[in-house]
Ligand binder design. Sequence first.
Ligand code: TMP
Length: 215
Amino acid sequence: MPRRSVHKAPFISFEGGEGAGKTTQADLLRQRLESSNIPVLLVREPGTTQLGEQVRNIIKSRNNVPAADALLFMAARAQLMNDIIVPNLRKGTTVVCDRFSDSTIAYQGYGGSLNLDRLKHANELATNEVVPDLTILLDVPPETGLNRRDVADKSTGETQRRFEELPIRFHRNVRRGYLELAGHEPNRWIRIDGSRDPKEVAQDVWQHASEFFDL
Ligand code: TMP
């Protein structure tokens, strides 16, 4: 049974730990939708709006306590929701989001030990209770993801490494969080093994997304 939100078009989020391949897969899904003549917009969190990109810089360049991080992510989310996501869904454009509310639950909740219910309420405030229709969890063991990230950052010269530098325990908790969230809402989440070749992963993503929305 295809599911649709209250909006005219699907809202799809990608989630996962560091180096899971979300950015690559979100872009591949965008390309695939475009080549099927489905209007689509790719956005990222934090980012896309001016406020979101500023939050991204703050988040990546300095250490904050988890509650400060959570509130910064929420501020970016509220702006992105209001300015970009909702208007596009309303006009019938599919929105693909590279991370959304579940990232805060996984990272600042399971990873940073903030109270999960409080974070859920803050998310409701930021999103006006809109949740993605489909959330694709790219699941990779943290060691694999962090290793991929190290290789990529060395080759691009990326120096802004914040969450990547946290102990492995943090990343294991983030993964456990994602798996629990996916287990609680099996109608919204699809777990895909992200440790495989990106082309294979992309095929799985397309198969699930096209079936889910009857595309
Ligand atoms: P990325 O988009 O390149 O993965 O970078 C965003 C970083 O911010 C990533 O390390 C995950 C982290 N993050 C959170 O901790 N909580 C959030 O709510 C979001 C959206 C991202």
